[in-house]
Design a binder for this molecule. Sequence first.
Ligand SMILES: Nc1ncnc2c1ncn2[C@@H]1O[C@H](COP(=O)(O)OP(=O)(O)OP(=O)(O)O)[C@@H](O)[C@H]1O
Ligand code: SF4
Ligand SMILES: [Mg+2]
Length: 343
Amino acid sequence: MKTGSTGEPVLEVRDLRVFVKRDPGVVLVDRVSLSVSAGESVGIIGETGSGKSLTALAVAGLLSPELGVEGSVEFGGLDLLQLPERDLRAIRGARIGMVFQDPNESLNPVFPIGKQLGYAIRAHAGGLSAAAVRSRARELLDLVGIPQPAERLGQYPYQLSGGMRQRVMIAMALASDPELLIADEPTTSLDVSVQAGILELIEGLARDMRLATLLITHDLGVVAGQCDRVLAMYAGQVVESRRTRDFTAAPAHPYCQGLLRCVPDPSELGVVRPGIPGTPPAPGSTDQGCRFRERCGYATDGCEAPQQLLDVIDGDTAGLVRCWRAGGLPGPTIAATSTGASA
Ligand SMILES: Nc1ncnc2c1ncn2[C@@H]1O[C@H](COP(=O)(O)OP(=O)(O)OP(=O)(O)O)[C@@H](O)[C@H]1O
Ligand code: SF4
Ligand SMILES: [Mg+2]
């Protein structure tokens, strides 16, 4: 039975920390909390290196061995961080679907796609006959919009376009009828002309299957079109967490205001918007103050203190922002004290 059918979170991440084991002072993901309910899509945005992928990999238990992890990742009543690898692998295969940036890295070039889909189907439903597996594989290809699915089953990845390969990856992620879909930059490696189709596909399937979706992207336009809520990450921390439409209308954190200013206007084709000047602090920096301080046009002496997540008072919605000055800047009102816990 699917969890989350009554609106409770399918995934609840609390105080997630990812650090380098041989140098525990190098914290790459710093106390990230988030939740995703059935049928809900939560976007994680942020510049390169902000910790988006590591957050997703930590949730899925796929961090490389040199990295350590702390906190909790509740999924279906279990803390995934406490599970032995074998149990975690079973949950990942059956109940969490994952789509990554580059389908070429995930598809095996020497097997036809029908065979690879077959593995994914059998991993979930072991007792199926060869004919039933083939029929389900054909159904899945059809579901993700691949024309002539029966013929495609016998083809190798190199015989498919990049967009089709990504559709196959989505089919594989959905083969087990998962409750949670994690998509990390699912269209970045694709031609612009096919990106929208893939995103619409993910959105439509997630809605129809009432999936909880965690969508990672550096593209604010994608989040605006697709996500119910958005988390902005900077230097390993969540700096803002809001309902998407409130966030895009009036981001509260200066970094997020900068991100929004970088989004190209479709009416200004060919105009390149400048990025946010400067670079984030290196992971492991011992500076305790606001991590955006060096790049922030609003920085004052008070910004040298550690920044907590503060409540955003914004109509009927709750939100969080990690900036003590945000209330005095253009944007929503900020509560004087923080109750902020889960982003
Ligand atoms: N195995 C590792 N050992 C040490 N540092 C790492 C390791 N993996 C990632 N990092 C560092 O952790 C930080 C966050 O990486 P992450 O891949 O989560 O970024 P990201 O937000 O997904 O960026 P992008 O948008 O480029 O994909 C980066 O500074 C990266 O260099
Ligand atoms: S705390 Fe200060 S430096 Fe940091 S984002 Fe807010 S105003 Fe800028
Ligand atoms: Mg990444």
